[in-house]
Design a protein around this ligand. Structure first.
Ligand code: ARG
Length: 400
């Protein structure tokens, strides 16, 4: 019988390194290690040689950054997707794309199984496996962390040393960190006590608001149909825009979030996020919507934002529901074109101004000066009919 072949979502960390050897032995399989680039800064170099020296028979590095921005992040931004009103969903948005990349490689390489390095109590296992099930239901899924014998990091290190698996000499951070261009997720260590304020060393990219410059940074972001297209008057691709806003935002202490969230698997967890660009862009986009969306669309879309965020968080990106909501969102975004001017200052984002060729703000109607064109007399008849139902009810039911 031919050997099994397993495509493994590989990060180069201890877990997925040990996993290469463990899977090889357990399934008598060849391992194809697959790493996706979602714009993370850490340890992208040397991954290939590391994978081979750990026992992989093939290594694939897939640059997903452009797809991530254009097909995932912009959709979430247009939808206004913030999980439980706070989390811009960086990790959650990246998983279906990584899972899809893994499936694509697995199909090209004739793999029979898919494996990931997620734990058994997190959301990410759900996102990976639900995506696998929708894109390649015939492939077997493996989640070694839910099954293997290691109960501690020390046990894994001992196994690694015994099998000549290179263990990184650098001291491991006390935190569990997941990173991509849309944001960084940080948990574990002292952060597990929700009453403990995050120590400065938990933050990876942002300056603390206290140490941020005393003078504000001003940015101008132009949107076309809900998508940011230029920064400070300079037309810019999405990737560059997000990287620039991450830098400017981080320098001003913008984008730190501290959240107790409801996980898919039924527990509450505490996570710290750093998402400067996401914080700035969601804020700017929402302000432009206030100016350009018709009232009922603006108010109704709030519900859609919440549903959309749940879809991303809960791992059902590849679903007819997400596509249906995209159609709604895209329709709403047609007039969301214009300019937003913002001030970034010591951890805050505030609005300096906004304009749009599709602005629904009409100064002649809004003004309290002589220039007013609003028909004040028409208000009386409007209010009479508008309040008629309540007036009738009170007359029939006095005191109710
Ligand atoms: N709580 C976030 C989510 O479920 C991030 C999960 C990964 N976090 C981490 N620190 N490794 O999307």
């Amino acid at each position: 019988m031919s050997k099994e072949k397993i495509a493994l979502a590989y990060s180069g960390g201890l877990d997925t390194s040990v996993m290469i050897k463990w899977l090889k032995d357990k399934y008598d399989a060849e391992i194809v290690a697959v790493t996706g680039n979602l714009g993370q800064q850490k340890e992208i170099e040397n991954l290939e040689s590391k994978a081979y020296s750990t026992g992989a028979s093939a290594f694939r590095f897939v640059d997903l950054r452009k797809t991530f921005v254009e097909e995932y992040i912009w959709k979430a931004l247009k939808a206004g997707a913030l999980y439980e009103d706070v989390y811009p969903l960086a990790t959650a948005l990246g998983r279906p794309l990584l899972a899809k990349a893994l499936v694509d490689v697995a199909l090209e390489e004739n793999c029979t199984m898919l494996a990931h390095g997620c734990t058994g109590k997190g959301n990410d296992q759900v996102r990976f496996e639900v995506t696998f099930a929708s894109l390649a239901p015939h492939l077997k899924m493996l989640a070694p962390l839910r099954e293997w014998e290691f109960t501690s990091r020390e046990a894994e290190i001992a196994y690694a040393l015994e099998h000549n698996i290179p263990v990184s000499a650098t001291k491991k951070s006390p935190y569990s960190i997941d990173e991509n261009i849309w944001g960084i997720s940080i948990e574990c260590g002292v952060l597990e006590d929700p009453m403990v304020a995050p120590p400065e060393d938990a933050y990876q990219i942002t300056t603390s608001p206290e140490k941020a410059p005393d003078s504000a940074s001003v940015v101008e972001i132009a949107f076309e149909a809900g998508v940011p297209v230029s920064l400070d008057g300079k037309p810019m691709g999405g990737l560059e825009m997000i990287m620039k806003l991450n830098d400017i935002g981080a320098a001003n202490g913008v984008g730190r979030l501290d959240m107790i969230e409801n996980r898919v698997v039924g527990i509450k967890s505490r996570e710290i996020y750093e998402a400067p660009a996401a914080t700035i862009l969601h804020f700017a986009h929402r302000e432009l919507e206030r100016l350009t969306l018709e009232k009922t669309v603006f108010q109704y879309k709030k519900n859609i934002s919440q549903d959309y965020a749940n879809i991303i968080y809960n791992g059902t990106w590849f679903s007819p529901m997400r596509k249906a909501l995209d159609a709604f969102v895209d329709e709403t975004q047609k007039p969301v074109t214009g300019l937003v001017r913002l001030k970034l200052y010591k951890g805050t984002v505030s609005l300096l101004g906004r304009n749009s060729p599709n602005s629904l703000y009409n100064e002649e109607l809004a003004t309290y000066t002589e220039a007013d064109t609003f028909n004040h007399k028409a208000a009386a008849g409007f209010i009479h009919l508008y309040g008629l139902g309540l007036k009738t009810f009170s007359e029939v039911n006095p005191g109710l």
